[in-house]
Design a protein around this ligand. Structure first.
Ligand code: GDP
Length: 371
């Protein structure tokens, strides 16, 4: 049995964590808020969850995460997307935060969920990972959500710097999910967020389950670590659940296709190592089809670990974890972020010089009101 800790930082991290707790309690869409009182989790691993936030309202919004797991770090009303403030707040509260983690016990693996672009999650996460890596032996992986590209210059620049900071924190790997790429999920913004959060939650729980299952063909934490250590330290996850008796070959292909992935990449061009886990009733799991698909993938990317979990009566489901050698989409995002940084810098300079405002007030220089 694996001991797993999942931490959600900031609003986005908190919400994905809450979705994980909803699913882990066996809750589908209809799961009610009392689910949090059921002590028994659906999963074999022992999973602890912790949410950190400076904004108390974000924590109050969580419906499936126990009150004792929601930790408010006081700082008025959040850090306002300012990562310098966020970093300072983390440092001031570091011992309290680390004590919360310490009290939860020892772990085999830790996942930290955050957006790259906000204030709290994006500044807490690299510092928290560094602190955990200094104090403990366990591997720490981050799941990082990229912003919608139209959310503005501050979010774009935060993204560029926070991903760099997370990479330099000693993290064992980063799994990317991209709001922009997933936004065609549709509906209003709230529905899109919920849809994306559920996608991430479902994939992570599938992964945790796969690392701790008695499989017909085994993948374990060691394989996961090997996959995550390949490539450029960045990864993403693909997934597909057949809702009918689809051939396993097609299910695998769908998990690797754009609609199955959390981040835009051509896996055959950009992936560096992979793990493919297939679940379902024995009658759907044709070894020939599985071998042919895995061979196709390993021909393009190198090594592919495969796992098979037999679940009687279930249609095939496939999860693919892919580390990336290159990430064209991230490169594009950094291009836009550099423009955003230049834009903010030029604006700041103009404001500091006060040229525009000086002109405005200069108009009444030497004048007095006339009545
Ligand atoms: P923080 O609380 O200061 O860490 O900031 P947020 O987590 O709200 O970061 C803002 C970014 O997160 C923006 O790019 C939002 O689009 C994104 N975001 C906020 N809430 C959610 C959510 O529930 N789901 C997803 N997928 N993205 C979110």
């Amino acid at each position: 049995m694996l001991n797993i800790l999942v931490i959600g930082n900031g609003q986005c991290g908190n919400r994905i964590l809450d979705s994980i707790n909803r699913h882990a309690m066996g809750g589908g869409k209809n799961c009610n808020k009392f689910a949090k009182f059921y002590s028994k989790q659906k999963f074999k691993s022992h999973v602890e969850t912790l949410a950190f936030n400076t904004a108390v309202n974000d924590l109050k919004e969580m419906r499936f995460t126990k009150a004792k797991d929601r930790i408010h770090i006081p700082h008025l009303h959040g850090v306002g997307a300012n990562r310098n403030v966020g970093k300072q707040v983390f440092e001031e509260n570091k011992e309290m935060i680390m004590r919360q983690i310490e009290e939860r016990g020892n772990f085999d693996v830790v996942f930290v969920l955050t957006s790259a672009s906000g204030g709290t999650g994006s500044s807490f996460t690299p510092l928290l990972v560094r602190e955990m890596k200094n104090r403990y032996d366990y591997p720490v992986y981050c799941v990082v959500v990229l912003p919608f590209r139209e959310e503005g210059t501050l979010y774009l620049q935060n993204t560029a710097f926070s991903i760099r900071d997370i990479r330099q924190s000693g993290v064992d790997g980063i799994i990317l999910a991209d709001n922009q790429y997933l936004k065609n999920i549709g509906g209003n913004i709230e529905e899109a967020y919920n849809g994306i959060n559920d996608m991430v939650a479902e994939r992570l729980l599938f992964l945790l389950d796969a690392l701790d299952s008695e499989m017909m063909m085994v993948t374990d934490l060691g394989d996961f670590k090997t996959v995550m250590s390949g490539g450029a330290g960045l990864a993403t996850i693909g997934f597909f659940r057949a809702d009918k008796d689809m051939p396993v070959k097609t299910t695998i292909q769908n998990s690797l296709s754009p609609s199955g992935l959390l981040f835009s990449t051509n896996v055959y061009d950009e992936a560096s190592r992979a793990m493919v886990v297939i679940k379902g009733d024995r009658k759907y799991l044709s070894i020939d089809e599985i071998s042919a698909e895995v061979e196709k993938l390993s021909g393009a990317v190198g090594h592919v670990f495969k796992g098979i979990v037999v679940r009687e009566g279930e249609y095939p489901q496939v999860l693919s974890l892919l580390t990336l050698e290159s990430a064209h989409e991230l490169e594009k995002l950094y291009n836009v972020a550099v423009q955003a940084i230049h834009y903010e810098k030029a604006k700041k300079q103009r404001v500091e010089e006060g040229a525009e405002m000086k002109k405005t007030f200069a108009q009444i220089e030497g004048m007095e009101p006339e009545y």
